[in-house]
Design a protein around this ligand. Sequence first.
Ligand code: SUG
Length: 415
Amino acid sequence: MLQEINFDGIIGPSHNYAGLSLGNLASASHAGDASFPRAAALQGLGKMRHNLALGLAQGFLLPLPRPNPRFLSAIGADGSEDRRLLAAAWSASSMWTANAATVSPAADTADGRCHLTAANLVTMPHRSQEWPDTLRQLRLAFADAAHFALHDAVPGCFGDEGAANHMRMGTSHAAPGLELFVYGTSGGAFPARQHEQASRAVARLHRLDPARVLFIEQNPAAIAAGAFHNDVVAVANERVLFTHELAFADPAGTYAVIRAALPEAEIVEVPASAVSLADAIKSYLFNAQLLTLPGGEMALVIPLEAWEHPRVRAWLDGMLASNGPIRRVLPVDVRQSMANGGGPACLRLRVVADPATVDPRFMLDAAKADRIEAVITAHWPETIAPAEIGSEGLAAKVIAARLALLEALDLGELA
Ligand code: SUG
């Protein structure tokens, strides 16, 4: 049966805080902190178990090879020249699988297959190295060519951040939907990562019906305030768009075209007077998973930081007391990822598919979660201090940890 499957990134053993992402306030403010990769990965796994227990289909993607020798050799470096380049080669940033690819479900595409385009992530050097290895993995997970079409990343002249700047609305996951591509033009001192031409290229590659595609500009003020991806200020699921008032350059115009194309649309807008842009970005209220539960009601899986934020909590309490479409709010602890600017939504890639058409090695169940936990507990470093990045001993441990996971999951061909 066609359903939404969330593929979470397993948080890699080299998870660290190197302050690599200009415009991502959490990454900047935690630069140089010690990280806790084991706790980070267990938190991520905890979120997957949480969603599995809700009766939802859950998959995962594996950490990429790190440190990445190909990144340094491609620029004629060995890591001794510049600590930031070295840290880039060690980055565990592929955990944020919302940036792995853009996904168009089969119901939206001309050939009736689910299309995935790997995201080039060129705006951030440490992320630009991800896509070839990500695509290798996607080609394994979605190898069934009768149901999936995979595309290389679009050329690097047009920055593409994948599903983090893409939303889909419709009456159900299986019915034809409206695809919303959100791009940036400027962000003040911060880069606008998603180029409009990348969004347009992906829409063409996926063979979407132009009548059911919208291209929407991000509010430059939101980018300048730290919303480096659209999914920091908006999330959609089926007929519901949950958004901050200041997410888009032209909110009223955006809502009008959505309503014209999808009369069933319900727009839940949080006013800046209740939750400022700064509070939204600090708490990551919108970097939530908006999920349709098996019983049909919608739940919002938010980070604990949002639940604990007094003004955000007050707004959520009011929303729950009202008769809105979002009926449950479920906080989860992903603090290690949050400290690098990655909330519950960043950690997952949504794919509408029949789980039976996905390589079963990428699907989670309770027994496999236990197996993954055992590998993380045995092999993931407890902590990484910034000065340890580059150490040979730590590199050997990180490489061995990933290989142990691949072996436990019978995915040795990704080694
Ligand atoms: O690209 N952080 C990631 C966070 C990505 C969040 N994803 C979504 N919003 N979908 C980024 O900025 C920080 C790494 C460091 O500083 O060490 C980092 O890459």
